[in-house]
Design a binder for this molecule. Structure first.
Ligand code: MG
Length: 277
């Protein structure tokens, strides 16, 4: 219980950071970033083996952000986990900042494993890293974060096929299943269901969870660790814009930043939700 309260407090601060940094930048992807906060908090503050003081530690678990456009949740989480000063978040999308709109490995920000933004590539990269780790007899794992709209990319399924074929049980793909993408509902743009059956048929172990429930997320991580010889996918059902009720599940907030006035309003909504848990 104490641990849950601690993680919820961190998630609250990360959501604040995201709203504030986007308002400061005047552009960026708010909805998906907010929706993934509980997943990122659970990963960096509980599940993942990593060291902010030694970001390239050989034994670390790797986080591959395939949906590069939700960079704000990665940046805010890394800052809160001690990878760099929280004040640097204010430089998001500014000229010469290490925090660009999509993560760039060449920018030198600690904790960034790959450059991303072009959709559909992260799972192939993750499968390659997972295979390399196995060859090196490493116990490290690879967590790949994909969007649900991103699953419409054909390259995702090539990677899924290879990961199943090579029994990459050190690979965990987390699908941000918010049902929305830039132009509307995934079911309207390009249906991806039946999603569990698709992954299963590619040889993956599938779990469907509420991706905004930290308890459920942590429990799932523990449970799937004992699954051998299969890559694992967690279909995390999230709400785009989670924490700010007035924008939740509204796809128009996929790629939009709040104005300063809107940000104030959103922070109030966030506070209200948090302090009335
Ligand atoms: Mg989506």
């Amino acid at each position: 219980m104490e641990k849950l309260l601690y993680l919820q407090e961190i998630a609250y601060h990360i959501r604040r950071d995201i709203i504030e940094m986007l308002a400061e930048a005047g552009s960026g992807h708010l909805g998906g970033s907010l929706g993934l906060v509980d997943v990122f908090t659970s990963l960096y503050f509980s599940e993942m083996k990593h060291d902010a003081q030694n970001p390239m530690w050989e034994e670390r678990d790797r986080l591959i952000l395939s949906i590069g456009h939700v960079a704000p949740v990665l940046y805010a989480t890394l800052a809160r986990a001690g990878y760099f000063d929280v004040n640097e978040l204010k430089t998001l999308r500014k000229l010469n900042s290490r925090l660009q709109g999509h993560p760039g490995k060449d920018k030198g920000l600690p904790g960034i494993e790959i450059s991303s933004g072009s959709l559909g590539q992260g799972l192939s990269i993750s499968a390659g890293i997972a295979m390399g780790l196995k060859i090196n007899k490493s116990s490290s794992r690879v967590f790949c974060i994909c969007g649900d709209g991103e699953l419409q990319e054909g390259s995702i399924w090539e990677a899924a096929m290879a990961a199943g074929h090579y029994h990459l049980d050190n690979l965990i793909c987390i699908v941000d299943r918010n049902g929305l993408q830039i132009d509307g509902k995934t079911s309207d743009v390009m249906e991806i269901e039946p999603l569990s059956l698709k992954w299963d048929s590619f040889g993956w172990h599938v779990t469907v969870i509420n991706g905004n429930d930290i308890n459920q997320i942590l429990h799932t991580f523990t449970k799937i660790n004992s699954v051998l010889l299969k890559p694992k996918v967690i279909i995390a059902q999230t709400s785009m814009g989670k924490g700010v009720p007035s924008i939740e599940n509204d796809y128009r907030w996929h790629g939009k930043a709040p104005s300063k006035t809107e940000a104030e309003q959103f922070l109030k909504e966030l506070e209200h939700g948090y302090f009335h848990y």
